[in-house]
Design a protein around this ligand. Structure first.
Ligand code: C2E
Ligand code: CA
Ligand code: CA
Length: 407
């Protein structure tokens, strides 16, 4: 049963119309109205809301950005998208929200019809309670202290694994992404988001990233000595890029190692860029001045628009796994992917599809002329020695298996 609804629409008339319908359909529910996205966000962060009825076109914070906050912060159980815009756009936002785990109960044209709204509410009643799996998994995670993390960083307990990035044409190894791995002597494998988050909260992220980068640069040299020229991607946290001392630290490591900055790519997430535009533009420009490549990671989860993207000094766009996984079977997802690839190509960015797990998805990505692919279908992240073995072994098997296949 729906017990609380928030209607968000900048038009008071439309808002009142939707609220009246809601009152008629669910007289027992608490129904509130907000007239812009930021006001709605403030409300949602302090109140329990079941359903948000959301207009896409609003000034200040548009509905698309609000939907991404609702999805990422799990601020409601479901949303109903209402708009007078192109039905395809509405459907796209629906798909995006769903891929972030938010139930989209309806995508409705304005003015909202009572029967359509009723159908959406019926879907809410049919929703399964949200899985408690992530919470249970989190409960099983060991409590790691800031001191343990500091010791692990100092004692080089945190390692770097590498995941290959391959060209769609010919499956040539173009580069690798460095991913942090911590095998705790007592607790075992600790997922990166857990200790990265702790490192950020306890101001240890710069120290950790610089250590990993140093290790990465050594591996880069070892690779070049074997005649392998690759690009090396590293993930950066928002706190690090905002710190000018940190970017100097990166440049110093590189200077002392005689490797080329243009072979290094830093990945920053789309969400981070959206949240702090002015600061990130400056910081990114500084990194580009040092000669590093810049990649926009997790693209497709944050709803950046074309203009915002065009302003960034980026060199690469990494399309998020949620847009890639299963794309060959879902036409709507495919349309979003196609327009994302077109956008990236217009901006002359290298396109990378991450999280490729299926052969069919890879073949589609190849047909769409995405430049690079990365994912479990090709290889999991691995230590540097395993990477050397993989290059001489499994990589050629992969090429043979996929050589003459088309979508
Ligand atoms: P990310 O940057 O988006 O990295 C990609 C993640 O997806 C990695 O998870 C990788 O193992 C996983 N992955 C790759 N291919 C596939 C696939 O086909 N299917 C699926 N399901 N997953 C795939 P990982 O290593 O657990 O890292 C998670 C996140 O932690 C990373 O997401 C990144 O945001 C963060 N992270 C990892 N290492 C570092 C680091 O050194 N510094 C910072 N700041 N963040 C890091
Ligand atoms: Ca990444
Ligand atoms: Ca990513």
């Amino acid at each position: 049963m729906v017990s609380s609804i928030l209607v968000v629409d900048d038009s008071r008339l439309q808002c009142e119309h939707a609220a009246t319908l809601c009152r008629r359909l669910v007289p027992t529910a608490d129904i509130q109205c907000c007239h812009d996205g930021s006001e709605a966000l403030d409300h949602l962060r302090v109140s329990e809301v079941d359903i948000v009825v959301l207009d896409l076109e609003m000034p200040v914070m548009d509905g698309v950005l609000l939907a991404s906050h609702i999805a990422n912060e799990q601020l409601a159980k479901g949303i109903i998208i209402s708009s007078s815009k192109d039905p395809k756009l509405i459907a796209s936002v629906g798909t995006m929200s769903e891929s972030s785990g938010l139930a989209v109960l309806g995508t409705l044209q304005k003015p909202i019809q009572e029967s359509c709204l009723q159908n959406s509410f019926a879907k809410f009643s049919a929703l399964k309670p949200r899985s408690t799996a992530p919470a249970a998994a989190a409960a099983r995670l060991p409590e790691i202290t800031a001191e343990e993390l500091a010791a692990a960083i100092a004692n080089d307990e945190i390692e770097v694994y590498y995941q290959p990035k391959l060209t769609t044409r010919g499956l040539l190894l173009k580069g690798v992404e460095a991913l942090a791995r911590w095998k705790h002597p007592l607790h075992g494998f600790i997922p990166p988001p857990v200790f990265i988050d702790l490192a950020e909260k306890t101001s240890q992220i710069n120290a950790l990233t610089l250590k990993l980068f140093q290790r990465g640069v050594q591996d880069m040299q070892a690779c070049e000595q074997r005649g392998l020229r690759l690009t090396w991607s590293f993930n950066l946290s928002p706190q690090s890029i905002a710190d000018s001392e940190f970017s100097k630290g990166l440049a110093d490591i590189l200077d002392s190692a005689v490797v080329n900055a243009s072979n290094v790519i830093f990945e920053v997430t789309e969400n981070m860029l959206l949240e702090n535009r002015a600061l990130s533009l400056q910081a990114l420009a500084r990194l580009r001045l040092y000669g590093f490549g810049l990649s926009i990671d997790d693209f497709g989860t944050g709803f950046a628009n074309a203009e915002q993207l065009a302003m960034l000094p980026a060199t690469e766009l990494k399309i998020d796994r949620s847009l890639i996984d299963g794309v060959s079977k879902k036409w709507q997802q495919r349309e979003i992917l196609e327009s994302t690839v077109r956008l990236a190509k217009n901006l002359q960015l290298t396109t990378v599809a991450e999280g490729v797990e299926e052969l069919e998805d890879y073949l589609l990505l190849k047909a769409l002329e995405v430049d690079l692919v990365q994912g479990y279908y090709f290889a999991r992240p691995m230590p540097i020695d395993a990477l050397f073995d993989w290059i001489t072994g499994e990589l050629s098997d992969l090429r043979n298996q996929t050589k003459n296949l088309v979508v």
